[in-house]
Design a protein. Sequence first.
Length: 364
Amino acid sequence: MQIHQIRLHNYRNYEAECVSFPASIVILYGKNGQGKTNLLEALYMASFGKSYRGLQDADLIRFQAQEASIILSFTRNQVAQQIKIILSHTAKKELWINETKVPQRELIGTLNEVIFSPEDLQLIKAGPALRRRFLDREISQVSSVYCRTLLRYNRAIAQRNLLLKKMKYEGPLSLEEWDRQIAGLAADITARRLDALHKIGFLAGVIHKRISSGEILALAYEQPYGDGQGNVADAAWFYEKLQTHLQQDIYHMSTSVGPHRDDLVFTANGADLKKFGSQGQQRTAVLSLELAELEYIKSETGEYPVLLLDDVMSELDSSRRQALLAFVRGRIQTFITTTEPDLFRSMEGCSFIRIEQGKVAAYD
């Protein structure tokens, strides 16, 4: 997987710019506010069809412009491909793969990417939603079936929650149809998550042992509504739990059972890293997890994804930076944004692109 070129028109602070990339570690550098992260965000948009910073599509269009576009050229399995995205204030977003218009769910998995941003360094300390999103993002890239199942599940949960609100204020209604559907989808999602977590957890453990002082990293899946009997991915079990928690759900007007409530637990040598891990231990665990993502996607698709690193290298100490670059050098195209290019000048395999005011100022 390699990105060759991106053309931006009225995207954020880029008026009209074409940027070409080598198949190496690409250092995007410059002062703050010049457009480094905007460029990285455009690369991410081509993979997922949305901003990783949570921005609305309209906010991605250059000030006073009516329309923006991203055209990205890349190769996958030695086959040249193109992704085009058109954003407009007056029309719906358009996504194109090789001149064929597609919905967003079909874009995911076309260009595989892994992003590592400052927010990800909080993966262990943050709430469970961030950890669920991390897992869903990676599985969706390698399984279009999972992506569609997740969309159907989220819609069903939203519908059930609306009915729960009506039941609280208007009296009893039948949830049978929704509960049966949710139970089946929940079982499918949980089974796929457990399978992925088994593979990612093993890879992360091997990597972590190598880059830490020999600590044993383990990842566990947690179902907070369970009964302590281990992880369950069974439709009948989910259906029974939905019935058991019904009165509680009516009171809170929210569904308390299902994979939208699940969590990941990180331990090192048996100790819960969220409760007892130092900041250094937590960051090493997250780095191990990010590197495991790369190996997981390769094992599922046959090709490494592109790696995007948004201003995280300055947050890592020298040994972790060296471990990360040694892992990707020569085999994974990597994009790094930084205000400190001198951190990388002495490192082998890096190419430098200086960004100034939404333009490429220099290739060096």
